[in-house]
Design a protein around this ligand. Structure first.
Ligand code: G1P
Ligand code: ZN
Length: 544
């Protein structure tokens, strides 16, 4: 085997964001751009010689080319074994599981999650560590520093690897294993959920379902688990074939983008349960007949009902949510005497809490829910959790959620996104907000009195590392909140996210439309951040 050291010059824009490096495909296609980043990953790792590396992606455009380059570089850099999903495919949660199960040193996951795919769309790459979770900030900071000074990379001059045949190929003394992407993950799910109960509930006709894979990675996983193993009617999984451009769609599981599912769930003969997942399979949207469950509520409901699921019936160690996620799960934690943590946005902050055994369940408002079974959020896991819960409770989704609100109160919630905002204007909005913070407490806006206003900082309770500037919070005396954040995953300009939340304990007022219930808070948010005034926008680009 011939290994070559190639001279290169640094790019200055390889700083990983909330979830790895995400850029347009055309950016990744620049000479040595991917190679620089991959070598910077390897240069930031301690001794990995002879160790295992997992490689897989969500199948989007450029996945296969990128994987061939990464294989050749991993071989040249001295890994001892590569474990790769057949066809270059691995969902993000499956990759996390495989890293853990086979005690790999780490994994490289290729995905831009819910962003569109195709030659002029997005691509992404991130490194996960041996616990199966995204690398911590300390690592991504070191990686970025390395990327700014990189002068050469190493690559093996070997033929492309056949990614489509399951089995082991040997290059020099390195094993290159192509594995079925679904097998290990499906096995894990049988260890967590009551598959026998699910099979009977489905075959008896009680549990009808529709799962929208959005032409993304969960297609083969959902087909295998829901249709083949659990016996859901063929066709229950829609848009099941993964495509490089996600069929031209935007693989983000919300009602705006999962249109076919949403239409079905609001039709007359809607199934009992509906769900969708995103490009790389870590997000989920949960629906019932004529009903949408907000991700924040979903997290709270599963925390409250975890005792119904075999793997969690012994009880939960604690729960965590990202800061902008509604406080619904906090109410469950309080009632059940469970520790509850508030972390910055991004799954990586849950890793330490999970590893240290401080929490069992965690989630984010951005359609992410998960547990200690892997170190990523997990779309199909959430789907199976809800199915198992429904099979046990034998209640429609809407009834389960209404009953939950009755018991704990409802945190009426929504998020407004302003996309592709000029970066300078976005920064000016945050400077302006920072300037307001000191004077906000005790001021009253439309009857809402400010209890606290701050810029969120997080001290990790396990390793004491501190993350600053994680979003601006304005909390009101009745428990309502407004949060402002800039996205760390966008690829064009800045995305301003405004998170709005109002607590409603009165059962008679719980069944309101969120936009109406939040109208005053929406106005207060504008008064504070002036996004419309400063950008000339008249409304958010996306409301979820
Ligand atoms: C978004 C979500 C965040 C999630 C991340 C990766 O990040 O808001 O909760 O962890 O995608 O899926 P953001 O663009 O807000 O930085
Ligand atoms: Zn994702």
């Amino acid at each position: 085997m011939k290994t070559e050291t190639v001279k290169t010059t640094p790019y200055d824009d390889q700083k990983p964001g909330t979830s790895g490096l995400r850029k347009k495909v055309t950016v990744f296609q620049q000479p040595n751009y991917l190679e620089n980043f991959v070598q910077s990953i390897f240069n930031s790792l301690d001794d990995f010689r002879g160790q295992k590396l997992v490689i897989g992606g969500d199948g989007r455009y450029f996945n296969r080319q990128a994987i061939q380059i990464i294989i050749k570089m991993a071989v040249a850099n001295g890994f001892g074994e590569l474990i790769i999903g057949q066809g270059g495919l691995l969902s993000t949660p499956a990759a996390s599981h495989i890293i853990r199960k086979y005690q790999a040193f780490g994994g490289i996951i290729l995905s831009a999650s819910h962003n569109p795919g195709g030659p002029s769309e997005d691509f992404g790459i991130k490194y996960n560590v041996s616990n199966g979770g995204p690398a911590p900030e300390k690592f991504t900071d070191a990686l970025y520093e390395n990327s700014k000074t990189i002068a050469e990379y190493r690559i093996a001059r070997i033929d492309d690897i056949d990614l489509d045949t399951v089995g082991t190929q040997q290059i020099a003394d390195i094993d290159i294993k192509i594995i079925d992407p679904v097998d290990d993950y499906a096995q894990l799910m049988t260890e967590i959920f009551d598959f026998d109960l699910l099979k009977t509930s489905i075959s008896s006709g009680y549990l009808s379902l529709c799962f929208d894979a959005m032409h993304a990675i969960t297609g083969p996983y959902a087909k295998r688990i829901l249709e083949e193993m659990l016996g859901a009617e063929p066709g229950s999984v829609i848009n099941a074939e993964p495509k490089e451009d996600f069929g031209g769609g935007h693989p983000d599981p919300n009602m705006a983008h999962a249109k076919e599912l949403t239409k079905r769930m609001f039709s007359e003969n809607a199934p009992v349960f509906g769900a969708a997942s995103d490009g790389d399979g870590d997000r989920n949207m949960i629906m019932g007949a004529g009903f949408f469950v907000t991700p924040s509520d979903s997290l709270a409901v599963i925390a409250a009902n975890a005792n119904l699921i075999p793997a969690y019936k012994k009880g939960l160690k604690g729960v965590a949510r990202s800061m902008p996620t509604s406080q619904a799960v906090d109410r469950v934690a309080k009632a059940r005497n469970l520790p509850c943590y508030e972390t910055p946005t991004g799954w990586k902050y849950f890793g330490n809490l999970l590893d240290a055994g401080k929490i069992t369940l965690c989630g984010e408002e951005s359609f992410g829910t998960g547990s200690d079974h892997v170190r990523e959020k997990d779309g199909l896991w959430a789907v199976l959790f809800w199915l198992n819960m429904i099979a046990r409770k034998r209640q429609p989704v809407a009834d389960i959620v209404h009953q939950h609100w009755q018991e704990f109160g409802r945190d009426i919630y929504c998020r407004h996104d302003y996309e592709a905002v000029d970066a300078d204007k976005a920064n000016a909005i945050f400077d302006h907000l920072r300037g307001l913070l000191a004077d906000l407490p005790n001021k009253t806006f439309k009857g809402y009195s400010v209890a606290f206003a701050d810029e969120f900082s997080y001290t990790d309770p396990v390793d004491q590392s501190v993350s600053h500037r994680q979003g601006i919070r304005v909390g009101f005396s009745d428990g309502s909140r407004i949060v402002f954040r800039l996205s760390g995953t966008g690829t064009v300009g800045a995305t301003l996210r405004i998170y709005l939340e109002k607590f409603e304990p009165d059962v008679d007022k719980q069944d309101q439309d969120a936009q109406q219930a939040l109208a005053d808070l929406i106005e207060i948010a504008e008064q504070l951040c002036e996004v419309k005034k400063r950008t000339g926008r008249t409304s958010p680009d996306v409301i979820t």
